[in-house]
Each structure stands twice: as structure tokens, then as C-alpha cells.
Design a protein around this ligand. Structure first.
Ligand code: HPA
Ligand code: ZN
Length: 325
């Protein structure tokens, strides 16, 4: 078996995946037609040609522009089911999916339709392939904090359908410290906590996420490599990073793969996992992100170690983790 094939077979957990970032152009146009919504692109080719990003914000502009095609529970089901089938083919046995609920509420979609669609697709993947996973409500940090509280209000009657709370969108200028009230409330509701930090923002944001929000994992976190004290904090607390190599290259968080700090993070003793972030936009799903590291000389043993770390860093039940390790 070739090494790329072997990478698809490694049982792994995907821990950094925005469900809206799995919207392939063909599905975007099919849903636009189904719902009578106009996309600001003429066709699939024009949309795909627009996938040339200068930074996080230029990606987010396009990503949010496509979201209004998601209207009904069936749309969220179909989107999630398509991702889970693709992830299963890549050896993803457990998937924790972010959803930008504030954006969908702002588009007039109900929280129940979003969660009904996603949880029914997860349940079907569980029945079909034994996959496990869950939904993480991701706070959209460049929207008013009150709208994050409104999103928590909207899910309070079915908090058992969520595994956690996260923090995403435009990072610089929106430090984790702004969201302490939201994360405290989510923790009191029994949710796990994670946050994007140190993708474009400074290492100080990684420290805030850990010390002020109480996160158990940091999403991206690659700029922690710039501050030995922040690295020591992550290592000391055993906090894993959910690194997304192809995303970092596409959004120019790093100049190229050769300059990616993943090996420096591992050498510093940080728990590192590999994930796909927004695979429809960044040129690859889970196994493609593992395979990208072949260019950095990662060995079969190192890949197996990354996959094991992803399982350990997941919010799967202990018996499920034992099954996958
Ligand atoms: N960073 C921040 N917000 C996001 C991302 C990301 O990589 N993808 C989708 N929302
Ligand atoms: Zn992300």
C-alpha cells in the first residue's frame, strides 16, 4: 500500500472543520436553485475561480457570501452528510463540526433547523459506518457579543445536541478576552471549550484563550511558536492545537508549506493534530492535509502519532477513544 493510501486508512479524528467550509461549488448552486437564492457568482467555474485568497478576511468574505444558500434542515443535513461520507473515505472515525450559528440566525434560519439537519446526518453516519462526533457552536467574533448570547439562548433547550463552544472568524482586533461572559455561560451549560487563536493573531491571543476562556484545545495556534512562554503554557497544560496545513498556506498564514511551524511545535512538545478547516475552499480533506506533510519529511510513524493525538484530543467518550487507539 502506498503511503498516501495508508494515510486514508489511519483511524483519525477531525477536530477543526467548519461545516459551511465543506460547501462544494456544485452543492452551493444546487441549494441556491432549490431555495430560489441568488449567489453573487454566475456559475460553478466563476465561484471556483474566486478561490484565490490574500488572507483570512478575503476568504471569509466569500465564505459568508455563500451561506445564504443554506436555508432548511434538509440543506444542513445534505451538507453534513456529504462531508461525513468524504471524511469516512479519509479514515475519519470521529468528527467534531463547527457551525456559525449566529450567521444562520441572522439569515432567518432557526437554530432547530440547523441542529436537526446536522444531528440527523451525524446519526446516519453513526448507523452506517460507526462514526461518532458532534456539533460545536462557533462564536463569530466579529459580530456583536450580544448575538453570541442570543445563539446560546437559541440552543439552551437542546444543549445535549452540542459538544462544545468555539470562537472563529476575523481574529485580529477581536481578542478572546471579549468573550469571557459567553464562554463562562457555555461552560455552565456543560459545553467543552475551544477557540481559534494564533492563526493571524498574536501569541497573546493564545494565552488569553487558555487563561481567560478556559479552552481545552486551541484551533490553529501556530503563532504560539513565536513565544516560548506560550509554548510552555500549552505543553504544561497538555492543550492540543488543531493545525490545518493547507488552510494556512491558502490563507497565507505561512508563506509556503516549507515555512510551516508544525515541526517546531512538535519538537517543543506541543500536542498537535492535523485537520482540514474548510476543505471545499482550501484544496483538500483530512487525508490531503496529512499527505501535505510528506513534503516536510513526516514518516509513517509520525503520521500514526498525529492520528493518535487527534483521538486523544477529541471529546469522544473514553470507551470510544480506547476503540480507536
Ligand atoms: N479562521 C477563522 N474563522 C474561520 C476559519 C478560519 O480558518 N474558517 C472558517 N471560519
Ligand atoms: Zn477554522
Amino acid at each position: 500500500m502506498s503511503l498516501p493510501d495508508a494515510l486514508s486508512r489511519l483511524p483519525k479524528a477531525e477536530l477543526h472543520l467548519h461545516v459551511e467550509g465543506t460547501l462544494e461549488p456544485e452543492l452551493a448552486f444546487a441549494l441556491a436553485q432549490r431555495n430560489g437564492v441568488r449567489l453573487p457568482y454566475g456559475d460553478v467555474e466563476e465561484l471556483r475561480r474566486a478561490y484565490d485568497f490574500a488572507d483570512l478576511q478575503s476568504f471569509l468574505d466569500l465564505y459568508y457570501a455563500c451561506m445564504p444558500v443554506l436555508v432548511t434542515a434538509a440543506d444542513f443535513h445534505d451538507l453534513t452528510a456529504a462531508y461525513l461520507a468524504r471524511a469516512h473515505a479519509d479514515g475519519v472515525a470521529h468528527a467534531e463540526l463547527f457551525v456559525d450559528l449566529q450567521v444562520h440566525l441572522g439569515n432567518g434560519v432557526s437554530a432547530d433547523d440547523v441542529l436537526d439537519g446536522m444531528t440527523s446526518a451525524l446519526a446516519a453516519a453513526g448507523e452506517r459506518w460507526g462514526m461518532t462526533g458532534g456539533v460545536i457552536l462557533c462564536v463569530v467574533r466579529d459580530r456583536p457579543v450580544e448575538t453570541a448570547h442570543a445563539a446560546l439562548d437559541a440552543v439552551a433547550h437542546r444543549v445535549h445536541d452540542l459538544v462544545g463552544i468555539g470562537l472563529d472568524s476575523a481574529e485580529v482586533g477581536y481578542p478572546p478576552s471579549l468573550f469571557v461572559s459567553v464562554f463562562d455561560r457555555a461552560a455552565a451549560m456543560g459545553l467543552h471549550r475551544v477557540a481559534h487563536a494564533g492563526e493571524e493573531g498574536p501569541p497573546a491571543y493564545v494565552r488569553e484563550a487558555v487563561e481567560l476562556l478556559g479552552v481545552e484545545r486551541v484551533d490553529h495556534g501556530i503563532r504560539a511558536v513565536e513565544d516560548p512562554d506560550v509554548l510552555a503554557l500549552l505543553v504544561g497544560r497538555g492543550i492540543a492545537l488543531t493545525v490545518c496545513p493547507l488552510s494556512n498556506v491558502r490563507l497565507r498564514a505561512v508563506p509556503d508549506l516549507a515555512a510551516h511551524p508544525i515541526r517546531a511545535l512538535l519538537d517543543a512538545g506541543v500536542q498537535v493534530t492535523v485537520n482540514s478547516d474548510d476543505p471545499a475552499y482550501f484544496g483538500g480533506y483530512a487525508a490531503d492535509n496529512y499527505a501535505a506533510l510528506l513534503a516536510l519529511g513526516f514518516t509513517a510513524e509520525e503520521f500514526a502519532g498525529l492520528a493518535r493525538t487527534s483521538v486523544r484530543a477529541s471529546f469522544a467518550a473514553d470507551d470510544r477513544k480506547a476503540e480507536l487507539l
